[in-house]
Design a binder for this molecule. Sequence first.
Ligand code: 5RP
Length: 225
Amino acid sequence: MNQNQLKKLVGKKSVEWVENKMVVGLGTGSTVKFMVDELGRRVKEEKLDIIGVTTSNVTAKQATELGIPLKSVDEVSHIDLTIDGADEISTDFQGIKGGGAALLFEKIVATNSSKNMWIVDESKLVNKLGAFPLPVEVVPYGSQKIFDRFEQNGLNPTFRKKIDGGLLLTDSDNYIIDLHLGTIDHPHELANYLNKQVGVVEHGLFLDTVDTVIVGRQDGPQVLQ
Ligand code: 5RP
């Protein structure tokens, strides 16, 4: 199986955890796309009765087209389960997310969910976080100052750009600065530092967040808890 087939495998598998009447957080990304497809199939064919809470405009569009009823995070009293992708997951279950620039809404939905599940192909499992550039969402005003500070602190920042070379804007009209760190030895310390920077809206360190990981392996999906 290639990477895409592994993503499809875990995307479909994860929907087995969704039950009637649940409020389900719907993440973002190419793996989540398969999950939303399967959820849409169950809503249509099995009359599965759920409410989805999306984490990006892209997922909202897909879910709407598939007939999945949606509410915003502020319109629901709780979220039972959020299913999302990840860019890296370390052996101690910490994660980097935001490769698809949806980290802000993803973290809001995740922190308001009773349970969080991540679905990944096996290439996302790492010993230590940091090979994947850590996304940091920043308010445009003053973003060059934050960038300069990151550079002075040796965090190797780059502004994320679109294909046409312009700066990428998130769904909330912010910029993304990616930190090229190599390895992150102390993720909680780094998270505390980033949380203190004025102008940083959110960062892609998702620490102590996930309950269940489904890994796509050649011999089938592996559930880690
Ligand atoms: C988007 C994310 C994605 O979940 C993450 O980038 C994984 O994406 P993919 O499933 O396409 O590999 O955090 O902000």
